[in-house]
Design a protein around this ligand. Structure first.
Ligand SMILES: [Zn+2]
Length: 142
Protein backbone atom coordinates (compact mmCIF):
# COMPACT_ATOMS: atom_id res chain seq x y z
CA UNK A 1 0.00 0.00 0.00
CA UNK A 2 2.76 2.39 0.96
CA UNK A 3 4.39 1.89 -2.42
CA UNK A 4 1.23 2.64 -4.36
CA UNK A 5 0.88 5.94 -2.57
CA UNK A 6 4.43 6.92 -3.40
CA UNK A 7 4.06 6.06 -7.04
CA UNK A 8 0.96 8.17 -7.54
CA UNK A 9 2.56 11.04 -5.67
CA UNK A 10 5.58 10.87 -7.95
CA UNK A 11 3.36 10.78 -11.02
CA UNK A 12 1.44 13.82 -9.84
CA UNK A 13 4.65 15.69 -9.19
CA UNK A 14 6.10 14.97 -12.60
CA UNK A 15 2.83 16.03 -14.22
CA UNK A 16 3.11 19.35 -12.39
CA UNK A 17 6.70 19.81 -13.47
CA UNK A 18 5.75 19.12 -17.07
CA UNK A 19 2.94 21.63 -16.90
CA UNK A 20 5.27 24.28 -15.52
CA UNK A 21 8.26 23.69 -17.67
CA UNK A 22 7.96 22.25 -21.09
CA UNK A 23 5.37 20.97 -23.48
CA UNK A 24 2.06 22.48 -24.49
CA UNK A 25 2.34 25.63 -22.45
CA UNK A 26 -0.11 28.32 -23.46
CA UNK A 27 2.41 30.72 -25.08
CA UNK A 28 3.48 27.79 -27.20
CA UNK A 29 -0.09 27.04 -28.24
CA UNK A 30 -0.59 30.71 -29.15
CA UNK A 31 2.46 30.58 -31.42
CA UNK A 32 1.36 27.29 -32.92
CA UNK A 33 -2.07 28.70 -33.78
CA UNK A 34 -0.51 31.73 -35.38
CA UNK A 35 1.90 29.66 -37.45
CA UNK A 36 -0.98 27.47 -38.54
CA UNK A 37 -3.11 30.49 -39.47
CA UNK A 38 -0.24 31.79 -41.60
CA UNK A 39 -0.22 28.46 -43.41
CA UNK A 40 3.34 27.52 -42.46
CA UNK A 41 4.15 23.93 -41.83
CA UNK A 42 6.03 23.01 -38.73
CA UNK A 43 6.38 19.89 -36.70
CA UNK A 44 6.30 19.93 -32.95
CA UNK A 45 9.01 19.05 -30.46
CA UNK A 46 11.91 17.73 -32.49
CA UNK A 47 13.37 15.60 -29.73
CA UNK A 48 16.49 14.71 -31.73
CA UNK A 49 17.58 18.31 -32.32
CA UNK A 50 19.63 20.35 -29.85
CA UNK A 51 17.35 21.96 -27.29
CA UNK A 52 14.26 20.22 -28.72
CA UNK A 53 12.86 23.23 -30.57
CA UNK A 54 9.11 23.70 -30.11
CA UNK A 55 8.43 24.00 -33.83
CA UNK A 56 10.63 22.71 -36.64
CA UNK A 57 10.57 22.64 -40.42
CA UNK A 58 13.36 20.33 -41.47
CA UNK A 59 13.11 20.97 -45.21
CA UNK A 60 13.60 24.70 -44.72
CA UNK A 61 15.83 24.19 -41.69
CA UNK A 62 13.87 26.52 -39.47
CA UNK A 63 13.44 26.08 -35.77
CA UNK A 64 11.32 28.12 -33.36
CA UNK A 65 11.66 28.18 -29.61
CA UNK A 66 8.95 29.56 -27.39
CA UNK A 67 10.66 30.63 -24.20
CA UNK A 68 9.26 31.57 -20.84
CA UNK A 69 10.82 34.88 -19.81
CA UNK A 70 11.62 33.75 -16.30
CA UNK A 71 13.08 30.32 -17.03
CA UNK A 72 15.18 31.57 -19.91
CA UNK A 73 16.16 34.95 -18.46
CA UNK A 74 14.75 37.18 -21.16
CA UNK A 75 17.32 39.94 -21.67
CA UNK A 76 14.99 42.64 -23.02
CA UNK A 77 14.85 45.79 -20.87
CA UNK A 78 11.13 46.17 -21.59
CA UNK A 79 10.27 42.63 -20.49
CA UNK A 80 8.06 42.67 -17.42
CA UNK A 81 7.66 38.96 -17.13
CA UNK A 82 11.15 37.82 -16.25
CA UNK A 83 10.54 38.62 -12.57
CA UNK A 84 14.08 38.26 -11.38
CA UNK A 85 13.69 36.54 -8.02
CA UNK A 86 14.32 38.79 -5.04
CA UNK A 87 14.75 35.91 -2.64
CA UNK A 88 16.86 32.76 -2.73
CA UNK A 89 19.18 34.27 -5.29
CA UNK A 90 21.79 31.71 -4.28
CA UNK A 91 19.39 29.08 -5.58
CA UNK A 92 17.85 30.81 -8.59
CA UNK A 93 20.93 32.63 -9.82
CA UNK A 94 23.00 29.58 -10.78
CA UNK A 95 19.93 27.69 -11.96
CA UNK A 96 18.86 30.40 -14.38
CA UNK A 97 22.43 30.90 -15.47
CA UNK A 98 22.67 27.21 -16.34
CA UNK A 99 19.48 27.51 -18.40
CA UNK A 100 20.89 30.49 -20.27
CA UNK A 101 24.17 28.66 -20.94
CA UNK A 102 22.29 25.64 -22.21
CA UNK A 103 20.16 27.83 -24.48
CA UNK A 104 23.28 29.37 -25.97
CA UNK A 105 24.88 25.98 -26.54
CA UNK A 106 21.74 24.64 -28.21
CA UNK A 107 21.47 27.72 -30.38
CA UNK A 108 25.00 27.41 -31.69
CA UNK A 109 24.59 23.66 -32.24
CA UNK A 110 21.48 24.33 -34.34
CA UNK A 111 23.26 27.03 -36.32
CA UNK A 112 26.07 24.55 -36.96
CA UNK A 113 23.49 22.15 -38.39
CA UNK A 114 22.43 24.88 -40.81
CA UNK A 115 19.24 25.89 -39.04
CA UNK A 116 17.89 29.39 -38.68
CA UNK A 117 16.45 29.89 -35.26
CA UNK A 118 13.73 32.20 -33.98
CA UNK A 119 13.11 32.63 -30.29
CA UNK A 120 9.66 33.86 -29.37
CA UNK A 121 9.39 35.18 -25.84
CA UNK A 122 6.38 34.72 -23.63
CA UNK A 123 6.01 38.50 -23.19
CA UNK A 124 5.73 38.97 -26.97
CA UNK A 125 2.75 36.66 -27.34
CA UNK A 126 0.17 39.32 -26.57
CA UNK A 127 1.35 41.51 -29.43
CA UNK A 128 -0.30 39.60 -32.22
CA UNK A 129 0.77 41.84 -35.07
CA UNK A 130 4.39 41.98 -33.98
CA UNK A 131 4.49 38.25 -33.57
CA UNK A 132 2.86 37.62 -36.92
CA UNK A 133 5.31 39.91 -38.69
CA UNK A 134 8.25 38.32 -36.93
CA UNK A 135 7.22 34.77 -37.81
CA UNK A 136 6.39 35.68 -41.39
CA UNK A 137 9.75 37.36 -41.89
CA UNK A 138 11.53 34.43 -40.33
CA UNK A 139 9.75 31.96 -42.57
CA UNK A 140 10.42 33.88 -45.76
CA UNK A 141 14.05 34.84 -45.24
CA UNK A 142 16.55 32.63 -46.97
ZN1 LIG B 1 10.10 38.67 -21.83
Amino acid sequence: MQMCGDISKTAARSRNMAAIKSKNTSPEIAVRKLVHALGFRYRLHADDLPGKPDLVNRAKRKAIFVHGCFWHSHGSPICRRKNTPQTRLDYWGPKLQRNAMRDMKNLSALLDLGYSVLTVWECQIKDDLYLKTQIQYFWEEK
